[in-house]
Design a protein around this ligand. Structure first.
Ligand code: SF4
Length: 68
């Protein structure tokens, strides 16, 4: 399975991803955007967040443990 990842070094903290897909992207207690662990990620909503992220810092990463 693949999972979304946020590159925090490029994130400008606009909260766009949180408003588009709050079940996946959350602001954690330290103030950073965090990707929730999900059994299944809502592909369409994650894709929408990827497209609207002004910093292009959300991307899919393959989870190697489940691809073999
Ligand atoms: S949409 Fe992109 S820049 Fe905005 S908070 Fe989410 S990851 Fe950061």
């Amino acid at each position: 399975m693949r999972r979304p990842v946020v590159d925090l070094s490029d994130c400008v903290d606009c909260e766009g991803c949180v408003s588009v897909c709050p079940q996946v992207f959350v602001r954690n207690e330290t103030g950073y955007i965090e990707v929730q662990e999900c059994a299944v990620y809502p592909e369409a909503l994650v894709e929408e967040a990827i497209m609207m992220c002004p910093s292009h810092c959300i991307f899919w990463e393959d989870d190697e443990e489940t691809t073999s």
